[in-house]
Design a protein around this ligand. Structure first.
Ligand SMILES: *Cc1c(COP(=O)(O)O)cnc(C)c1O
Length: 400
């Protein structure tokens, strides 16, 4: 493989056979988005104007009232929490993350809790964990019942948060209904739920108040982007707590779609989101990538992933004692994945193979979610065909 910028600066290359993982650089940015970012770098635009333009595009593609670009889906969740806690109140915005006197509780079904909870807590939110893990008992019991969410909503509730996966329960529609009956907004983490492209509209149609998508996964925009789609009043609050606004009030003429000077009653100070800034390059890159993602032939892309996954599975099929199978797209990942179970010997197990692959040059990353079952996964999404062949070759060497 040709020498790369990473090699030139003395950093080992990674062959990404695990899908869109932030720790190894997410995805391959679309070439046209990267070019647009270079052009954007050599000029200036008002960030709020770029955000207003992005909002227009997000409205178009999601059907939401408004949209906003943050520095990743995780930052979107922080700003979503800040918006549901502070609303349109300048003093509350300035107070965060101190939430004394403010409704700051975010109700989260226990099985929706992830490391990304921290994103909500950064804004000052307190997580209220509801439900159990009873579905694992094999009795047919549910993890979280709707009445449990209902019972957890009080006058201190800012929002209900929901992590969207194909297996998430209770159904999102029902959670939205319960929350809205009590006048509480619902925030959805759908960071990795694209494709299918239809999901851009799906959660908005269900009445979700704010939904977060990552810009650096299947959209293949800049790694440091994500966006929110949702209610205009909440998006306005996000903008007011994110944009750089050290400005003289009399000369302040921000885009009215995002900031209503009169309604706010003053210029917001640098808000809770100021440290999560998004540059002109990222905004242009995300807008370009999102447009291209929409134009892409989804079936063709899926067929490409399927073909590459099948090639990898076939490339390992004759190895003694090694079991391979293919998962279906949309089950554990948006793509089909090859599940590999090595023959366990004293020297070899899924864990040792995964670790050794990471230590060679170039590093190879395969999926390590199922090591406890002596399995690893190979994801075709971020591989070129040339890299897929190299992965087969290296896997055969380790497993043979
Ligand atoms: C990837 C991911 C995030 C974070 O997205 P970033 O754009 O990297 O900030 C949050 N939640 C879930 C469920 C994810 O898969």
């Amino acid at each position: 493989m040709a020498d790369s910028v990473y090699e030139r600066i003395g950093v080992p290359d990674v062959i990404n056979a695990t899908g869109t993982k932030t720790r190894i650089g997410g995805s391959r940015i679309r070439p046209a988005a990267a070019e647009a970012m270079c052009e954007a770098a050599d000029g200036f635009a008002r960030i709020s104007d770029l955000q207003a333009r992005a909002s227009e595009l997000i409205q178009e593609v999601t059907g939401a009232q408004a949209g906003y670009v943050c520095s990743g889906a995780s930052a979107c969740l922080t700003l979503a929490a800040a918006a549901t806690i502070a609303g349109n109140d300048l003093a509350a915005m300035a107070q965060l993350p101190d939430t004394e006197g403010l409704a700051d509780e975010i109700v989260v079904p226990r099985t929706h809790r992830t490391g990304y909870d921290h994103a909500y807590r950064i804004a000052g939110a307190t997580i209220v964990d509801v439900g159990t893990n009873d579905a694992h008992l094999g009795t047919g019991a549910e993890n979280t019942e709707l009445w449990e969410i209902d019972a957890a909503i009080t006058e201190d509730t800012a929002a209900v948060a929901y992590m969207q996966k194909s297996y998430s329960r209770p159904p999102l529609e029902d959670v939205v209904e319960i929350a809205h009956e009590r006048d509480v907004p619902v925030i959805v983490d759908a960071a990795a739920e694209l494709p299918p492209v239809e999901n851009l509209e799906r959660f908005v149609e269900m009445g979700v108040d704010l939904v977060a998508f990552s810009g650096g996964k299947a959209i293949r925009g800049p790694q440091t982007t994500g966006f929110l789609a949702g209610r205009e009043d909440l998006i306005r609050s996000v903008a007011a707590q994110h944009l750089d606004m050290h400005a003289a009030e009399d000369a302040w003429v921000p885009p009215s779609e995002l900031l209503d000077v009169d309604a706010l009653g003053g210029v917001p100070r640098q808000g809770i989101g100021r440290g999560m800034k998004v540059g002109k390059e990222e905004l242009v890159g995300l807008i370009t990538a999102l447009e291209l993602f929409l134009e892409e032939d989804q079936d063709e892309r899926l067929a490409e992933w399927q073909r590459r996954a099948e090639t990898i599975a076939e490339g390992l099929s004759d190895l003694d004692g090694v079991e391979t199978s293919l998962t279906e797209a949309g089950k554990t990942a948006v793509t089909p994945e090859v599940v590999v179970s090595p023959e366990t010997t004293t020297e070899t197990s899924a864990t040792t193979v995964v670790r050794e692959l990471r230590e060679e040059t170039p590093r190879i990353y395969v999926g390590a979610d199922d090591l406890d079952r002596n399995q690893f996964t190979v994801n075709p999404m971020c591989l070129t065909d040339e890299e897929a062949d190299y992965v087969i070759e290296r896997l055969r060497d380790h497993l043979g």
